[in-house]
Design a protein around this ligand. Structure first.
Ligand code: ZN
Length: 142
């Protein structure tokens, strides 16, 4: 079981109330990956973005992904946390893995699933922050 009690209160306004301008971080001198990609999206990037959003467009899959933003988990943990059937969870995980949004790591006899990158983690968390406004009626902000 994942303890998600703390994280459920994550929508503390503090982390995103002050819309600090995003840091201008271009590729570091090391040539490593960049946090900001100031590029006009072309067709290929729009298709890739739409494909990612399609993968998020299912409540159970979104729940699985959100849980994975909290902790890497195995199938059993995700089944317990979502209340979905094991077969359904396994199918969602296979699809997510196939699409490259989650990766796996074998630990003893278990397979642990993780979100592949920080952009996706932030996208999912922000999506759920947005959803909380929609559900709670809390006024919008920048
Ligand atoms: Zn908010």
């Amino acid at each position: 079981m994942i303890d998600i009690g703390e994280q459920l209160n994550e929508h503390d306004p503090a982390p995103h109330r002050a819309p600090a301008p995003p840091p201008i971080v271009h590729s570091p001198p090391s040539g490593g990956p960049s946090l900001v990609h100031p590029i006009e999206p072309d067709r290929q990037r729009l298709e890739a973005g739409a494909e990612t959003f399609r993968m998020l467009a299912d409540p159970t899959r979104l729940h699985i992904l959100w849980l994975l933003t909290q902790n890497p988990s195995d199938v059993g943990t995700l089944v317990a946390a979502t209340g979905a059937h094991r077969t359904a969870v396994s199918q969602h995980l296979a699809k997510l893995r196939f699409s490259g949004l989650v990766s796996t790591r074998k630990i003893a006899r278990n397979v642990e699933y993780s979100i592949v990158d920080g952009h996706l983690t932030r996208l999912i968390r922000e999506g759920m922050n947005h959803a909380d406004h929609r559900v709670s009626g809390e006024p919008a902000h920048e």
